[in-house]
Design a binder for this molecule. Structure first.
Ligand code: CMC
Length: 425
């Protein structure tokens, strides 16, 4: 726990004064330690955790008003432009960017674990071909729990470390297979001569018939950047889910499967898929004005806009927009749906309704557009988010397990029936 500042908050409760210690982090608002409220017979009430810090962490810092996102102190735009995804993974896991030697060693370690146990491939057959790939991911990532009995001691530092590497290495394989299965194509095994992003695109799009399949380097760079920009995001819903599941001592693969489930929802990781569905529904640029009216009367939400934390701009969206422009011009894409997306962006950035509410395009607005341009099917968008976020989840899980922690157990404001007796029996 951070040092108390010496400052105290004083709470008046039932005629008594309770002094609550205040702690300072290195950045961000001070926090009030409310534990003593319990001894005074009260709970605190904060649905949606709007003002509640549930843990102490050194991994990621966000200042939503200023649009700042730092991983281990480094701004996200610098990481996205000056480091690659695996370096960002190393940073999140270890606290520092790797030296050249550490980078080679870490890359090799990840490459060494890209294969999954052959038995895992059989799980896919249990799914319908039209299963949503996120449903498959929840199942197969959770199933990894059953394959590493000898390295699942969560008290053992080496076991925790190898688990982190295994997850970062294997999730792309499982993700690409969740796509291959739904389109009925054979699974492509990982190629360890390729970079992390290239290998993922290879497993997605190559087939055994196309021996000369080459990954487009512009797309690999964009993919790597999408991974980097989604790598971690502090105590969001899915990361908090991983921490909560992990706080029970559950095995890490099960915890990550819980994170994948939480990410799936359209208010979180499902937003990039929802953006494309929304564009489908709008149809053509002529229908935009009518759609925007529905947004203003709150009949529909503008997916890919707004954020719980970023109330001015999403710093990830800034870099993602640059990548989006790069990819679209490099591929010479002239897709009416993309023109539609650009029109939505233009209106939202200039219309008083959106300006007043600070509703800016978020990272998922642009990542959805890039992924579509790359040729990734819409159902895979959230899977790609999950792939990239796996490192964030496991970094938080590791941080929690490297110090003392308590089982997460929120309390409630009960508003149901008071005690009563079953009558007439
Ligand atoms: N479209 C239209 N209006 C919106 C939207 C939106 N996407 N988001 C917020 N608003 C309005 C909302 O109705 C409210 O208006 P009023 O003041 O008139 O009542 C005002 O803006 C403030 O919104 P809020 O509901 O207090 O915002 P929140 O912090 O609770 O919600 C959010 C954040 C991300 C759930 C929401 O903005 C949303 O549903 N956005 C669309 C989904 C999306 O793109 N999510 C991805 C977030 S980025 C990826 C990630 O980090 O997970």
């Amino acid at each position: 726990m951070s040092d108390a500042t010496g400052k105290k908050a004083v709470l008046q409760l039932d005629g008594k004064e309770i002094e609550l210690p205040i702690y300072s982090g290195t950045l961000g608002p001070d926090v009030i330690d409310v534990k003593d409220v319990l001894a005074a017979g009260h709970f605190t009430f904060d649905p949606g955790f709007m003002a509640t810090a549930a843990c102490e962490s050194k991994i990621t810092f966000i200042d939503g008003n200023k649009g700042i996102l730092l991983h281990r102190g480094y701004p996200i735009d610098q990481l996205a432009t000056k480091a690659d995804y695996l370096e960002t993974c190393y940073l999140l896991l270890n606290g520092e960017l790797p030296t050249a030697e550490q980078k080679v060693e870490f890359d090799a370690k990840v490459r060494n674990h890209t294969m999954v146990h052959d038995q895992v491939s059989r799980f896919y057959n249990g799914f319908r071909r039209d299963a949503h790939p996120m449903a498959i991911m929840v199942g197969v990532v959770g199933a990894l729990s059953a394959f590493y009995h000898n390295s699942l001691d969560i008290e053992n530092v080496d076991h925790r470390e190898i688990t982190a590497v295994r997850l970062i290495a294997k999730v792309p394989t499982l993700a690409a297979w969740s796509y291959k299965y739904t389109v009925g194509q054979p699974f492509m095994y990982p190629r360890n001569d390729l970079s992390y992003a290239e290998n993922f695109l290879y497993m997605m799009f190559a087939t055994p018939a196309d021996r000369d399949y080459k990954v487009n380097p512009i797309l690999a760079k964009a993919m790597d950047r999408i991974f980097t920009l989604h790598a971690d995001h502090e105590q969001n819903a899915s990361t908090s889910t991983v921490r909560l599941a992990g706080s029970t001592g559950a095995n890490p693969y099960a915890c990550i499967a819980a994170g994948i489930s939480a990410l799936w929802g359209p208010a979180h990781g499902g937003a990039n898929e929802a953006v494309l569905k929304m564009l489908d529904e709008i149809g053509t640029v002529e229908n935009v004005a009518e759609f925007m009216e529905k947004v203003k009367t709150k009949e529909v939400k503008l997916m890919g806009f707004g954020h719980r934390v970023y109330k001015n701009f999403d710093p990830r969206a800034k870099v993602m927009k640059e990548t989006c422009d790069e990819v679209l011009s490099a591929l010479g894409i002239n897709d009416p749906q993309l023109a539609l997306a650009m029109e939505l962006e233009r209106i939202a950035l200039s219309d008083e309704y959106f300006i007043k509410r600070n509703l800016y395009p978020n990272v998922d607005f642009y990542s959805g557009i890039i992924l579509k341009a790359i040729g990734i099917p819409t159902e895979m968008f959230t899977v790609i988010f999950a792939l990239a976020r796996t490192v964030g989840w496991i970094s938080h899980w590791l941080e929690m397990h490297s110090g003392p922690y308590k089982i997460g157990r929120p309390r409630q404001l009960y508003t149901g029936e008071v005690q009563r007796d079953i009558a007439g029996r």
